[in-house]
Write a protein that binds this ligand. Structure first.
Ligand code: ATP
Ligand code: MG
Length: 567
C-alpha cells in the first residue's frame, strides 16, 4: 500500500503541467477518451534543439498516455518552403527516437476544406475581401489601448466578397492587391481579433500542390482547422501563441461540436546561452557562408549536433532536466554539454591520440621491437572489453607534456623526471635534441622494463601519466576543434550590434597531422565516438574516409556546469 502511494506521488511529481492537463482531460473522458497530438514544423529550415523540446513533448506525452502524435508539415507559404527541409525534418525526428507511423500530414492537404470553410464564412458575412495594402491594414490596427479603424471595404456584400475571393484564387489579381479578412471586431482588446487576415495571394508554385492555388491561408486560420480535420485533441505549442488562443478557439467554433474539439496548450520555448535559435538567422548563417551548412557542427540544429557527435539520449536527457513551464527562461548551454559528456562517458570508446606530437626515443628499448599492450575500451562499462595497442622504441607524446624548466607542480615529463606511459612503462627523461631555432625535436628517455602491468614493478608510483602513440604505427588525422559559435551569452538580446558581429572568430580550429593509434583508425567509421584519453570526446566526421580521417571534437573533458551551479 505504502509503495503504491509512493509510486503515485512520484508519478505526480514527474508530470509536467501539460501532461497533467492531458491526463485530466483523459480522466474526464473528453474527446471520447482519445489522445492525439501533433508536431507541426514549417518546412522552411532544419530543425534545431528548440524543436527537439517541442518534439519530446508532442511525441512524449502521446507515448506516455497511450495516444498518437501526427507529423504535420505546416506548408502554407510556398515562398520559403522546400522538400529538402521536409526530408531533413523526417530524418531528425527519427534520429531523436520518435516515430509517427503513417500519420504524416500536410496543411496543404487541407487547402480544399479550408477554402470551402472560407467561402462559408464569406456567405455568412463573417469574412470580407479587403483591397487595401498590408501597410494600410497595419496602420488601421490601432494599439492595445486604442481601437482600430474599420476598413472601407468591410461592408461589401457576401456575393461581391465571394466573387472577389474566387477571382483572387483564379490568379486575376496581383500578390498584395487583396486579402481575405475575418470580420470580427476592430475594437477588440485582443489585437488578434481585429479582423485578422485569413488568406493572401501568392503566385509562387507550391512544392506539393504546384499551381493549383493562388491564395494561401494564414497560420491562425490554417492551424486550428488542420488540428480539427486531423482529429488532434491537444495542440501543444509555445508561449508566444497564448494571445492567439482565443482566435484559435473562435475558428474552431466554426467546426467543432460537443463530442470533439482540439485544445491549445502553451509551454515555454527553449532559449540557450551563446546560441541563436531563430530559423531566419540560422538560414542567414548558411546562405552567407558563415557556417558550412545547416549541419555544421557549430549549429544548434539537430543535424549539426548529430554531426558534432551529440547523442539522441543526451539531448533527450537535457530536455527532461530543463522541463516545461509557463515562464520564458534562458537555459545554460553548459547543461546541454554536461548531458552530452555524461552520455559519451558511458558509451565512447577510449583510445589514444596525440594532438601536438613530439617524438620520444626510448634509448634502452630494442630497435625494431614492437609489443602489444592492453587498453580498456571503457572503464565505465565492464562489458566493453579491451583492445591492444602497439608500443615501440619511438613514441609520440604531447609537446605540452614536456617542459625543460618546469615549475614546481608540473607532474609531466621533465629532464631526469619519471612518468608512466598509460598502459605501458615508466620512462625517465635523459636529454633532448633541439633544432637551430632552439625548438625541441626529440626527447630521449630510458624505460624501466619491470614497470609494465603484470610485472613486479607495475605498482611503482610516479606522479604523472601520459598518453602516447607508437611512431611507426601512428596514423595521421585531422581534428576539428569546435567552440561556441557566439561570443556573447545572449546574442538575441543584443540590440546595438547585428548578430553576425557577435560570432566567435575562434569557433573552429583545424589541426592537421594529429597522430592516432591504429585501433582508432581502424574503427573510425563515420559517426564513431571516441574518448581520446586526456583530451576529450571526438566523433568521426561525415566526410571522414580511411585515407583522410577527420575527427570532430564533440566536447572537451572539463565540465563547466557544476562550476556554474556553485556560482
Ligand atoms: P517560424 O514559425 O518562425 O518559422 P518556428 O521556430 O516557430 O519558426 P516551426 O517550424 O513553426 O518553427 O516550429 C514547429 C514547432 O516547434 C512549433 O510548435 C513551435 O512552437 C516549436 N518550437 C519552435 N522553436 C522552439 C523553441 N525554441 N522551443 C520550443 N519549441 C519550439
Ligand atoms: Mg512557427
Amino acid at each position: 500500500m505504502e509503495e503504491i502511494k509512493e509510486a503515485e506521488s512520484t508519478e505526480k511529481k514527474s508530470l509536467s503541467f501539460v501532461e497533467q492537463i492531458v491526463l485530466d482531460d483523459l480522466k474526464a473522458g473528453k474527446n471520447g477518451g482519445r489522445l492525439n497530438t501533433r508536431f507541426p514544423p514549417e518546412p522552411n529550415g532544419y530543425l534545431h534543439i528548440g524543436h527537439a523540446k517541442a518534439i519530446c513533448m508532442d511525441f512524449g506525452v502521446a507515448e506516455k498516455f497511450g495516444g498518437t502524435c501526427n507529423l504535420r508539415f505546416d506548408d502554407t507559404n510556398p515562398v520559403k518552403e522546400d522538400v529538402e527541409y521536409v526530408d531533413s525534418i523526417r530524418e531528425d525526428i527519427h534520429w531523436l527516437g520518435f516515430d509517427w507511423g503513417n500519420r504524416e500530414y500536410y496543411a496543404s492537404d487541407y487547402f480544399p476544406q479550408l477554402f470551402e470553410l472560407a467561402c462559408r464564412l464569406i456567405k455568412e458575412g463573417k469574412a470580407y475581401v479587403d483591397d487595401q495594402t498590408s501597410e494600410q491594414i497595419a496602420e488601421q490596427k490601432g494599439t492595445p489601448t486604442t481601437p482600430g479603424t474599420e476598413s472601407p471595404y468591410r461592408n461589401r456584400t457576401p456575393e461581391e466578397n465571394l466573387d472577389l475571393f474566387i477571382r483572387m484564387n483564379n490568379g486575376e489579381f496581383d500578390e498584395g492587391a487583396r486579402v481575405l479578412r475575418a470580420k470580427i471586431d476592430m475594437a477588440s482588446s485582443n489585437m488578434h481579433f481585429r479582423d485578422p487576415i485569413m488568406y493572401r495571394i501568392i503566385k509562387t508554385p507550391h512544392h506539393r500542390t504546384g499551381t493549383t492555388w493562388k491564395v494561401y491561408p494564414m497560420y491562425d486560420f490554417a492551424h486550428g482547422q488542420s488540428d480539427y480535420f486531423e482529429g488532434v485533441t491537444h495542440s501543444i505549442c509555445t508561449l508566444e501563441f497564448v494571445p492567439h488562443r482565443p482566435l484559435y478557439d473562435y475558428f474552431v467554433d466554426e467546426l467543432a461540436d460537443e463530442t470533439y474539439r482540439p485544445r491549445q496548450i502553451e509551454f515555454n520555448r527553449l532559449n540557450l546561452t551563446y546560441t541563436v535559435m531563430s530559423k531566419r538567422k540560422l538560414l542567414q548563417l548558411v546562405k552567407e557562408g558563415l557556417v558550412e551548412g545547416w549541419d555544421d557542427p557549430r549549429m544548434p540544429t539537430i543535424s549539426g549536433m548529430r554531426r558534432r557527435g551529440f547523442t539522441p539520449r543526451s539531448i533527450r536527457n537535457f530536455i527532461e532536466r530543463i522541463g516545461y513551464t509557463k515562464y520564458e527562461a534562458l537555459n545554460s548551454v553548459s547543461l546541454l554539454e554536461h548531458a552530452v559528456r555524461e552520455d559519451l562517458n558511458a558509451i565512447a570508446t577510449r583510445g589514444m591520440a596525440v594532438m601536438n606530437p613530439v617524438k620520444v626515443v626510448i634509448t634502452n628499448y630494442p630497435e625494431g621491437q614492437t609489443e602489444m599492450v592492453e587498453m580498456d575500451n571503457n572503464p565505465e562499462d565492464p562489458t566493453a572489453g579491451s583492445h591492444s595497442m602497439p608500443f615501440s622504441r619511438e613514441i609520440y607524446i604531447e609537446r605540452e607534456d614536456f617542459m625543460e624548466n618546469p615549475p614546481k607542480k608540473f607532474f609531466r615529463l621533465a629532464p631526469d623526471g619519471e612518468v608512466r606511459l598509460k598502459g605501458a612503462y615508466i620512462i625517465k627523461c635523459t636529454g633532448v635534441k633541439k633544432n637551430e631555432n632552439g625548438e625541441i625535436e626529440e626527447i630521449y628517455c630510458t624505460y624501466d622494463p619491470d614497470s609494465r602491468s603484470g610485472l613486479p614493478g607495475a605498482s611503482r608510483k610516479v606522479k604523472g601519466t601520459l598518453h602516447w602513440v607508437s611512431v611507426p604505427h601512428a596514423v595521421d588525422a585531422t581534428a576539428r576543434l569546435y567552440d561556441r559559435l557566439f561570443n556573447v551569452e545572449n546574442p538575441s538580446a543584443e540590440t546595438e550590434r547585428d548578430f553576425r558581429e557577435l560570432l566567435n572568430p575562434d569557433s573552429l580550429k583545424i589541426v592537421e597531422g594529429i597522430k592516432v593509434d591504429p585501433f582508432i583508425a581502424e574503427n573510425a567509421k563515420q559517426g564513431a565516438k571516441f574518448q581520446f584519453q586526456r583530451i576529450g570526446y571526438f566523433t568521426s566526421d561525415l566526410s571522414s574516409t580511411p585515407e583522410h580521417l577527420i575527427f570532430n571534437r564533440t566536447i572537451g573533458l572539463k565540465d563547466s556546469w557544476e562550476k556554474e551551479q556553485k556560482k
